[in-house]
Design a protein around this ligand. Structure first.
Ligand code: IPE
Ligand code: IPE
Ligand code: MG
Length: 248
């Protein structure tokens, strides 16, 4: 029996995989535990997926860790998540550095506590020379925030004359999003059985293949990622064309 990993065609991997890591709270609840217990266990999934992505040859991995809307959760959960973030980044940064992984962060950092900002900026510096896997943490992120800040930048450039309004095209917009240095994701995975985007990469997901699984994030491991990659490789990406156009 061929393993899942062996069935994956390495020549046709998505360059960029984006994941909505959902279901930590329900995972904890099933065990009669506090929601933070679920977030805590979700870190192990992050570790495994980052490691497997680097090994298999994915170049960009974006993880939705905390949305703009998540600031409205109970204060104890928000504080617990921020503490978990700072501790995890501190603990993992050496390993990232060793494994050729470059960390990036996208989101509205003005909302983050100074300790988190400090820890993140050190981790960004420490891994800045790496190029094997770009790990992009979407933190205090939302798609509408991203588009809003892009339009603000553009409007200012139009006002000063640096950009002509009639020269703005889809690429101009991409170039002002927080993801300007990364290609659009070809595959977006959401765990926990929810079928929605929840204000993730709204513009960038325009042609992503969407993959939904019932698996809760703390149970998600590399085998689940491989299943998603195999599913992706069986799809026909038509980009508006007909199937016949693609084969000729
Ligand atoms: C995802 O798990 C993690 C974050 C949003 C920070 P949830 O905390 O949303 O877990 P559920 O969806 O309530 O189970
Ligand atoms: C989306 O999950 C955000 C993250 C995974 C970080 P949520 O659990 O916050 O999404 P909704 O509120 O159920 O749509
Ligand atoms: Mg959720």
């Amino acid at each position: 029996m061929e393993t899942l990993l062996e069935q994956i065609d390495r020549a046709h991997l998505p360059q960029h995989v984006a994941i909505i890591m959902d279901g930590n709270g329900r995972w904890a609840k099933e065990r009669g535990e506090d929601r933070l217990f679920g977030h805590f266990h979700g870190v192990q999934s992050v570790r495994d997926i980052v490691e497997a992505s680097a090994e298999i040859g994915i170049r960009y991995l974006t993880l939705y860790a905390f949305s703009t809307e998540n600031w409205d959760r109970p204060q104890a959960e928000v504080a617990g998540l921020m503490e978990l973030l700072v501790n995890t980044v501190r603990r993992e940064v050496d390993q990232l550095k060793k494994n050729g992984i470059r960390l990036h962060v996208i989101g509205d950092f003005s909302m983050l506590p100074p300790s988190a900002r400090q820890e993140l900026s050190e981790a960004l510096d420490l891994t800045a020379e790496n190029d094997q896997l770009h790990l992009i943490l979407a933190l205090s992120y939302s798609g509408r925030w991203d588009l809003t800040q892009a339009f603000q930048q553009l409007a200012q450039k139009v006002q000063t004359g640096a950009v002509r309004a009639d020269s703005i095209d889809a690429d101009t917009i991409s170039d002002h999003l927080s993801t300007r240095d990364f290609p659009d994701p070809e595959l977006m995975i959401r765990t926990s059985g929810e079928h929605r985007i929840s204000n993730f990469l709204l513009y960038q997901l325009a042609y992503a293949e969407l993959y939904f699984t019932e698996t809760l994030w703390p149970d998600f491991r590399r085998q689940h990622l491989f299943e998603a990659l195999l599913d992706y490789q069986q799809r026909e990406r038509r980009f508006g064309k007909t199937s016949e156009q693609l084969t000729t």
